[in-house]
Design a protein around this ligand. Structure first.
Ligand code: ZN
Length: 156
C-alpha cells in the first residue's frame, strides 16, 4: 500500500473541490486489493447538506460500489483528520484503518474548529450549546422490543 500516493490523491481532490465551490476536504476508500472503491469531497454548501463531509460522502460511495453496509478490510484516506461526526460514521462503517494528512489543528487554523464538539460530548445534556432532553414517554422502548422479536432482521 502506497499511503502517500493515496493521500496525495485526496489532496488533489480537495483542491478540485475548492475550485468547484466545495469545501477544502476530500477522502477516498481503498479495498484490500488497493483499488479505489469510493471517493468524496466536502459538498456541504454546494448541496445544502451539513452532513456532506468528505468522509461521509466517500463511505456512501464505497458502500454503494460494493453493495454492503460495512467496509471490511478497506482503508480510508482523508486529506484532514476526521471531525466527530465522521469519526462516528467511520466506526459504523468499520474500515480497518484511517490515514489522514492535515491535522485538527491545521483545520482549526483556517476556521474549521471541531474541537468544541468533542468538548460538548463530555458535558451534561442541559449544559450543551444545543441542550439535549431525555424525555419520558410511554412506549419509548416499543421499537426495540419489535426489533428484538423480529426473526428476519439483518444484524449490524
Ligand atoms: Zn466530518
Amino acid at each position: 500500500m502506497d499511503h502517500s500516493m493515496y493521500l496525495a490523491k485526496t489532496i488533489h481532490l480537495a483542491a478540485e473541490s475548492i475550485q468547484s465551490g466545495g469545501g477544502p476536504f476530500a477522502a477516498i476508500i481503498v479495498d484490500p486489493n488497493g483499488a479505489i472503491i469510493g471517493q468524496g469531497t466536502n459538498s456541504v454548501t454546494n448541496d445544502n447538506d451539513p452532513t456532506a463531509h468528505a468522509e461521509v460522502v466517500a463511505i456512501r460511495d464505497a458502500c454503494n460500489t460494493i453493495n454492503d453496509f460495512q467496509l471490511e478490510g478497506c482503508t480510508l484516506y482523508t486529506s484532514c483528520e476526521p471531525c466527530p461526526m465522521c469519526l462516528g460514521a467511520i466506526y459504523w462503517a468499520r474500515p480497518k484503518a484511517v490515514y489522514f494528512a492535515a491535522t485538527q489543528e491545521d483545520a482549526a487554523a483556517v476556521g474549521f474548529d471541531d474541537a468544541f464538539i468533542y468538548r460538548e460530548i463530555e458535558k451534561p445534556y442541559k449544559e450543551r450549546t444545543i441542550p439535549f432532553y431525555a424525555y419520558e414517554i410511554n412506549e419509548k422502548k416499543r421499537p426495540f422490543q419489535m426489533w428484538e422479536a423480529l426473526a428476519t432482521k439483518t444484524e449490524y
